[in-house]
Design a protein around this ligand. Structure first.
Ligand SMILES: CC(C)(COP(=O)(O)OP(=O)(O)OC[C@H]1O[C@@H](n2cnc3c(N)ncnc32)[C@H](O)[C@@H]1OP(=O)(O)O)[C@@H](O)C(=O)NCCC(=O)NCCS
Length: 327
């Protein structure tokens, strides 16, 4: 089908008033520093009046400077005519970085982004653990009986905020280093350390402390969800909205190479699971990565099911798009 006069321009407050109800996300360009928001407009074939048929945005990922964030939406009535491809290519002109997104395998987002050459850089299923199972209780007892005398577990409410934020920042940096390198610690601390701290349920998140140092963390997320995904959420894909008796969180060591890291992560996990068991929680979803050196093998020793797999994908842009398009 031929496309009448496609035009791209920054979105405006007038677009939001007129067309906000037609798109999941529509805000005026400039709503967020460093981001660009564009409208794709055509002349309505019936009336000849300008008509917005797509919106999109692009901008840096503060925590992960190597890939930029992109999101777009085409009006349902105008799909499969190449407009999504055209809008993504136009958005891509505002960045030299490759772009990243999160897709459910088989979804329209998956099909669309794969058609542009997107490749998976990490496959991340949620690991759902049955908290009330007798075996889970026996697993926690086995961890406790292997515990040495020096170490202790503490809910985050018992520890200083700054110490927890530092530990969260350190953990995040090495955890992502091999597959999504992070910004410097100073940049990461507010957008990851403080955000994770602020969104966790402090009284039911756990730390292991050894010689005064936090060595492992298990975070349980609260329900205080903001409208916009946080920087950390945009990268990790965690939706912090636990429902009913199902809860969501993550765990790992603060220094993965420490000699007691495996034992301390196990102890942290046991403290979290025992606490959730006493609260009557049915199941816990761990948003860990298969690359986590302690959490992944430990979670594999619990009875768990893999649910809601998503792929973190890179969409070619900048040099990578040029190379993709070499004839
Ligand atoms: C995904 C979306 C942006 C695609 O827009 P579009 O204008 O229909 O995309 P295009 O016409 O440029 O599609 C290009 C190719 O992507 C693939 N594709 C697009 N939609 C697809 C779908 N629903 N299922 C499978 N593949 C799809 C096809 O290979 C298509 O080429 P083809 O039509 O020749 O087969 C649109 O469906 C949408 O807005 N969805 C809701 C929001 C969303 O998922 N956004 C993704 C942001 S990254």
């Amino acid at each position: 089908m031929s496309v009448p006069s496609r035009r791209f321009r920054p979105t405006t407050a007038a677009d939001v008033d007129r067309d906000g109800h037609r798109f999941e996300w529509l805000k005026p360009d400039g709503w967020r520093e460093g981001f660009r928001a564009l409208a794709l407009e055509i002349d309505d074939p019936g009336t000849g009046a300008p008509c917005v048929i797509g919106v999109g945005r692009i901008g840096p990922n503060t925590a992960h400077p190597g890939r930029d964030l992109v999101e777009l939406e085409i009006d349902v009535a105008y799909r499969r005519r190449g407009d999504g491809t055209a809008l993504l290519r136009e958005l891509g002109r505002y960045s030299n970085n490759p772009l990243s997104s999160k897709v459910v395998p088989g979804s329209e987002r998956d099909g669309f982004l794969r058609s542009l050459g997107a490749v998976t850089y990490l496959e991340v299923p949620l690991l759902r653990v049955d908290v009330q199972a007798d075996r889970t209780a026996r697993w926690c007892e086995a961890v406790r009986s292997a515990q040495d005398g020096i170490v202790r577990t503490a809910p985050w409410t018992d520890l200083p905020r700054a110490q927890l934020v530092d530990a969260l920042t350190d953990r995040y940096a090495w955890q992502h280093a091999s597959w999504s390198p992070t910004a410097s610690r100073e940049v990461l601390r507010p957008v990851v350390g403080e955000e994770f701290y602020d969104e966790s349920e402090l009284e039911h998140s756990w730390a292991v402390v050894r010689d005064g140092e936090i060595t492992a963390l298990a975070d349980l997320y609260g329900t205080g969800r903001t409208e916009e995904p946080t920087d950390a959420e945009e990268q990790t894909g965690v939706d912090r909205a636990p429902v009913g008796s199902r809860r969501e969180g993550a765990l790992e060591a603060v220094d993965a190479a420490a000699p007691d890291a495996r034992a301390d992560v196990a102890l942290c996990l046991a403290a979290l699971l025992e606490d959730l068991r006493s609260l009557g929680t049915a199941s816990m979803d761990f948003d860990n990565h298969p690359t986590d050196p302690h959490a992944a093998p430990l979670l594999a020793t619990l009875r768990r099911t893999e649910v809601d797999p998503v792929h973190l994908v890179e969409i070619p842009n900048g040099l990578t798009a040029v190379l993709r398009d070499v004839p």
